[in-house]
Structure formats: C-alpha cells, structure tokens
Design a protein around this ligand. Sequence first.
Ligand code: ADP
Ligand code: MG
Length: 252
Amino acid sequence: MGTIYAIANQKGGVGKTTTAVNVAACVAEAGFSTILVDADAQANATVGLGAAKLSTPNLYDVLAGRVSALDALLPTEVENLRLLASHPDLAAANVELPREVGSETRLRDALAPLREQASYVIIDCPPSLGPLTINALVAADRVIVPVQTEYFALEGLAGLLDTLSLVQRELNPRLVVAGMLLTMHDGRTRLSRDVEREVREHFPDLVFETVIPRNVRVSEAPSYGRPVIHHDPHCAGAEAYFALAQEVATRG
Ligand code: ADP
Ligand code: MG
C-alpha cells in the first residue's frame, strides 16, 4: 500500500513544485514506484517533468470522471516515476467542486487505486487553500510544508496549521504533518540563518533536518523538463533533495 503525500503551502513561490518534482524523482531513483500528481492548474510540475502543458488525459479529466486515474498516468524520463498531469482547465475545478456536496473526497476516491500501483504518490498543490488543496489534504496521509527561508517565512504558517487541524478534525483524521521544509536557504546570509533558527524554535520537532539550499541548478532544471538529479546529480540542490527523500522515507 502506497503512501500519499501532499506538498502544500498557500503561499506561492515557496518551493512546493520544486520539492514535489525532486522528492518524487529521488524516491523513484531509489527504486520505489512513484506517481506525481500535479494538482495546480499552472502545470509547472507537469512541464518540469517534460510533459506538455496541454497533456491529455489529465487530472481534470479524472476529477470529471471521464477517465480513471490509472488510465491517465503518463510515463516520464525518470525510471519508476509516472505523472498524472495537470491542465489549465483544472482551474475550473475550483469553481465546480464547491457546487457539489461532498466533493472534498473526489480526489481521494479517484486516487485510491493508485495506492496499489505505487509506494509513493506525491501531490503538488496550488498556492491557495481552495477546493483543490482541500481535496489534496483529504486524499493525503502526510503533508510536507515547504517554507521559503526569508523574512516573512512564519507569516501564514499559523493559518496553514489551523487549516490542517480543521481538515484532520472534520475530513481526514489520518492526516499527519510529515514536516516543514526550509527551502532556498542561503547559508552565507545572516537572514537565512536567523529565519532557520526562528522557524525551528517555533516548531520544534516539526522541521526537517535537511535544508534545501538556494541553487541555480535547481531553478534551471525545469526549463530542460527534468528533475535536478538528472540535470546535475552532484550539485548542492540535488544532494539536498536526495537527503530529504531519505529523511522522508525514514520518517515513514
Ligand atoms: P511554488 O510551487 O511554491 O510556487 P516553486 O517550486 O515553483 O514554488 O519555486 C518558485 C521559484 O523558485 C521557481 O522559479 C523555482 O525554480 C525557484 N526555486 C525553488 N527552489 C529553489 C532552490 N532551492 N534554489 C533556487 N531556486 C529555487
Ligand atoms: Mg507550484
């Protein structure tokens, strides 16, 4: 039985997609059958894995019941890694889902068969706490919260944790916070070190030991349609994502 992870933070630009793509690639590279589900209509994870932005079938087709999640999986260049692609149409789901009673469980039900197919299912969430993110949190066993190592890092985190508690209480008692992940850390700056200390003090036991450094190879890899471990396997970013994948796998 596979485990479903949601990568969530309502802030944009904190490293959700980068983390989803690269953790998925690292666990796949380690030999685990893995599926990345792109739940953001911007389709950055889809494109970052080399698939077309207008891929069909995609997650919108799955949520609309036109195709099963299993039949919608696309192969990727990474061994053991398959993709359930996004599509700009997915934006409509944010309007359509709330109009139907009980639609919070739509993604959970659609993804259930994938647990038999993969050890890891990783959902890249959009930058909001809207219906698609709620659907992802209801579908997930664990959530990873990327936190950009910058001045406003803590802002919004309390609200996010409140939402996670609400989802746990009302919709998905299985949900566990796997951890917060400090991203785009710049060890040369005092600001990064201060923010890291502050986040660790605020949330003891909740922050992954692994910190993702700001690394240009990480940011350019998506333009080649590949994860950083294929773009430059020995750069600091690739090594950090390998270490994170190991930490995620060990934490269970
Ligand atoms: P989100 O999905 O939360 O909106 P992204 O993963 O798309 O965030 O990251 C936002 C931007 O920051 C992207 O341009 C991405 O390439 C860049 N980025 C993310 N992580 C790193 C990193 N470790 N080093 C350098 N750039 C990064
Ligand atoms: Mg994103």
